[in-house]
Design a protein around this ligand. Structure first.
Ligand code: NAD
Ligand code: WQD
Length: 352
């Protein structure tokens, strides 16, 4: 019987790139997604890129009955869980929707997995669980041992889900979970067929820059250049190519497969997925300009609420234990983002 990897949120940005890598790695995948922030067109393109069939079921993870049916219909061995809401600012406006969607969705999924005895779980966590690591000594670059302290409802949903997974694994010897804390994913598939397609005004730096370069927005606003401790005053982030990030999920799946639990408790471990190299906002603007030959007009404006000085990963644990490391540069990510943007100036073509 064919064994499947279930990818929740697989129509989205990181999910669609991960489905491509899974297909290239010989895995059979199924995608579930409610399409609240994506379009089914991404799955169609993934199928075309990989010459494989990817069964797609439109459902919301809060619909436990619909989810249970997927586990009855397919022989699922592993779950990669991307589905959720992810906008920090929005989460401060509609926190209850974030808790419901993210936390209830994850609890339902874990319950259904347990009912069907599915062992492997890979969870999309975020570096945002660390909050401001600069307040601790010697925690930049950030190791997994850094104390957590998320600063938004969104970030707290991620940390709560991590805690729920840790509790579930201590009670269930069948559960093996990888908690992957992503730093800043950027770029697109080098084919230019799939990429990030934010609805409305982009929150994130690179999609905004790309929309300025393609003429959809006039100027970039740089949120503050008065951060002490940054070489040019703008915040430092660890930007990582989405294809490298996608490959991290295959590395985590292999790791989980190699783990034998003691029959009393399950297994759970956190891994940072980052490059270990920090870039400022101006570094990114310049990298994009070098990679594309475009000039990005910008204004420096006030700091954005909730931004911190430095989120740079210490990725050693993933390098050693998952045998995974970043292979692609920020410049390559900018080139691939530009290729995707020029080929799809309106993303997948839905209303913006
Ligand atoms: P995305 O919005 O492109 O993908 C998330 C997908 O989940 C979307 O296709 C959306 O339609 C779907 N979804 C949302 N709620 C759902 C629900 N209740 N039921 C079913 N489907 C639902 O976002 P992304 O950037 O690909 O992020 C994927 C995951 O990675 C998220 O969990 C996010 O929190 C996490 N993450 C993202 C980043 C980032 O910067 N992009 C960084 C760290 C962590
Ligand atoms: C990067 C830098 C901004 C836009 C967010 C989430 C985090 C994770 C990744 C999900 C910052 C600056 C940005 C703009 C700017 N997502 N900037 N002008 O804030 O590091 O991380 O996405 O888990 O949780 O918080 O990413 O791309 O928004 O910002 O100057 O128009 O670019 O101030 O320094 P961030 P970002």
């Amino acid at each position: 019987m064919t064994e499947y990897v279930l990818v929740t949120g697989g129509a989205g940005y990181i999910g669609s790139h991960t489905v491509v890598e899974l297909a290239n790695g010989g895995y059979h995948t199924i995608v579930v997604d409610n399409l609240c922030n994506s379009s089914e067109e991404s799955i169609r393109r993934v199928e075309e890129l990989t010459s494989t069939k990817v069964p797609f079921i439109k459902l919301d993870l809060r619909d436990q009955e619909a989810l249970d049916k997927v586990f009855t219909d397919y022989n699922i061995k592993s779950v990669i869980h991307f589905a959720g809401l992810k906008a920090v600012g929005e989460s401060t406006k509609i926190p209850l929707e974030y808790y419901d969607c993210n936390v209830t969705g994850a609890v339902n999924l874990l319950k259904v997995m347990q009912a069907h005895k599915v062992p492997n779980f890979v969870f999309s966590s975020s570096a945002t669980v660390y909050g401001d690591a600069t307040k601790y000594e010697n925690m930049i670059p950030i190791p997994e041992e850094c104390p957590t302290g998320p600063m938004s409802p969104y970030g707290r949903t991620k940390l709560f889900i991590e805690d729920i997974i840790r509790d579930a694994a201590s009670a269930d010897p069948n559960l093996k979970a990888a908690i992957l804390r992503y730093f800043n994913p950027i770029g697109a598939h080098p084919s230019g067929r799939i990429g990030e397609d934010p609805l409305g005004i982009p929150n994130n730096l690179l999609p905004f820059i790309a929309q300025v370069a393609v003429g959809r927005r006039e100027k970039l606003q740089v949120f503050g250049n008065d951060y002490e401790g940054s070489p040019d005053g703008t915040p430092i982030r660890d930007y990582i190519h989405v294809v490298d990030l996608a490959k991290g999920h295959l590395a985590a799946l292999s790791k989980l497969d190699s783990i034998k639990t003691d029959g009393i408790q399950g297994f759970v471990r956190e891994w940072n997925l980052g490059s270990g190299k920090g870039s400022t906002v101006f570094d990114i603007i310049h990298a994009f300009e070098r990679a594309t030959g475009k000039t990005i007009p910008y204004d420096v404006v006030a700091r954005r609420n909730g931004d911190v000085l430095d989120l740079t990963a210490k990725p050693t644990r993933a390098n050693i234990e998952l045998k995974w490391e970043v292979q692609l540069s920020v410049e390559q990510a900018c080139r691939d983002l530009w290729n995707w943007t020029t080929k799809n100036p309106l993303g997948y073509g839905h209303e913006h």
